[in-house]
Design a protein around this ligand. Sequence first.
Ligand SMILES: Nc1ncnc2c1ncn2[C@@H]1O[C@H](COP(=O)(O)OP(=O)(O)OP(=O)(O)O)[C@@H](O)[C@H]1O
Ligand SMILES: [Mg+2]
Length: 676
Amino acid sequence: MSEADTTTDKIITDAMANPSPAKSLGDPGITPLSPTHIQQNDTDQVQSGPSFVVVVAIDFGTTSSGYAYAFTKEPECIHTMRRWEGGDPGVSNQKTPTTILLTPDRKFHSFGYAARDFYHDLDPSESKHWLYLEKFKMKLHTTANLSIDTDIHAANGKRVKALDIFAYALAFFKEQALKELSDQTGSDFDNNDVRWVITVPAIWKMPAKQFMREAAYKSGLVPRENPEQLIIALEPEAASIYCRKLRLHQMVDLGTQTTQNGFSPNDNVGSGMSQVVSPGHAKELVRRNRQSRTFLVENVIGELWSELEEGDRYVVMDCGGGTVDLTVHQIRLPEGHLKELYKASGGPYGSIGVDYEFEKLLCKIFGQDFIDQFKVKRPAAWVDLMIAFESRKRAAAPDRTNPLNINLPFSFIDYYKKFRGHSVEHALRKSNVDFVKWSSQGMLRMSPDAMNTLFKPTIDHIIQHLTELFDKPEVSDIKFLFLVGGFAESSLLQQAVQNMLQGRSRIIIPHDVGLTILKGAVLFGLDPSVIKVRRSPLTYGVGVLNRFVEGKHPPEKLLVKDGTRWCTDVFDTFISADQSVALGEMVKRSYTPAKPSQQVIVIHVYCSEKESVAFISQPGVRKCGTLRLDVSGTESTAARREIQTLMQFGDTEIRAMAVDVSTGRTVKASIDFLSH
Ligand SMILES: Nc1ncnc2c1ncn2[C@@H]1O[C@H](COP(=O)(O)OP(=O)(O)OP(=O)(O)O)[C@@H](O)[C@H]1O
Ligand SMILES: [Mg+2]
């Protein structure tokens, strides 16, 4: 029986999903052979003893990316990547921009500042043939039917395969990191000695996570045959792990500062705490300062942590360029293990929302048709304009009284004149936008109010989300709220969060907010078992047939087959949304091939945001993946083959393993979330 055959008849296939005739007393339906959750010792899951020499974590951000590493022999030293090149005026970045340039024949050319600068210097007639890409990570979050063939658009409007772009970027990081490791160790560093960690937003669905993994295979970062060499880490989780190590001088505690109307006008990351620095602290300050690329993790837990008691709860909010995502953790002492209290939440409320508002403002002043044309015809000038905006955006603050000037590239002024036949100044005067003026030095002069207006929709989304989250019963008594990610530097955001919380929990902002995720991801790679319990973001299950019970099952679900009355479309829940699941905990199901000659069993996996689902046909339930059991070569003489399948939901990715019970042989099992 071919795979196609097995998938064509959903009902029969799904019927086979749970075909055990074993009945439990009083239950007229089909019961799975062993519908149990089993708890395994989680150390079984984690490779015994590190077989790798170094952990390298890649933070693949929407706007900026980077890597950091630690040798397993020296886990207390986390090294952040060496800086390669470039920088932007008025902007200090600890990571490098997530920008990529391909040649006209679609070969990788460069990444980061190098890509941006090269693209910028191309002649406009030439640049339209080159493929320049930025902010493309969001595509994995926003594409409803993400597949291996999903396309993204370059600045010139041409389409490219997203998988190729992610693979090029990862290959670039691999090359850079291995080069740095080789320089450090004085010999060619072997990729087999590296455990790679890639961070992704916690709110990403399984298809996006699998996509990242596929890109890693394609890039040669890790071979497909050795999936354990790559760990997918969740960004706020990584930050949470790092925050445990924080010392008092490595953060700002908004709660302890003098506040005016709930906000201190001087609040800013980097301003430091107004605390007395002891000689011991001073020594540490010398050891680790902003310039140093090596961060020393104390073997002890940070002072902040020593204030935490068994069962204390805190929230980590990663405010990035693309997404804002949150995790709620509870501490378990004495080991400091972490337990997730509420499923990861958040949304596309990152700082690029402010960039889009700026673009909308430009459209309002100069016309959407002009902006669309300008982006395509003068792409390098558009990039320049957004760089100019970035530096002014970072200067926005609640207490600001003087306007912000944004340099308009000459190319913009010139092209506008040609396009409309009148000047930029004229357009500004004519528009109803009165908080943006034209300055005689060729700049857009934005009032502080105008800038704050651009932040408002994004910040409102974040605050609304936080408010809803803090209203959940699981999220009560939160001792700390850690703000991390580049956007956490925004004092407009800090103030809004402070006003919303009204002192309900202390707000902690680590220094180097942009690197917290990277450093935490390295720590996670060194010990992935630190997070002991997670919450499933969705309900997962399969469709099965149950014996039809009059009065219990709806008549439209009746299916009579070979004289037996079945209820179709019954949802067999593997795990429910927000259900807590321990690392190493397994969901066990047994499946039987429909025919002895069957080569593969393909079972559709369904998911829903709802916690309780009765039928796969209910609104909000969608087919999201396929569980594939490759039973070829495992034929046996047993009358009935039982393929025992174990699925794991407590890790950062969902995994399946299977075994043919009668022979004890391993059956190749996989769950694919990208083919829908
Ligand atoms: N002071 C500031 N005010 C407003 N935004 C800021 C400020 N400083 C940095 N940002 C924004 O933070 C973002 C970069 O943060 P970060 O590097 O954490 O994001 P990322 O990792 O690229 O994105 P994501 O994690 O969502 O994929 C940029 O969009 C930048 O504009
Ligand atoms: Mg990020």
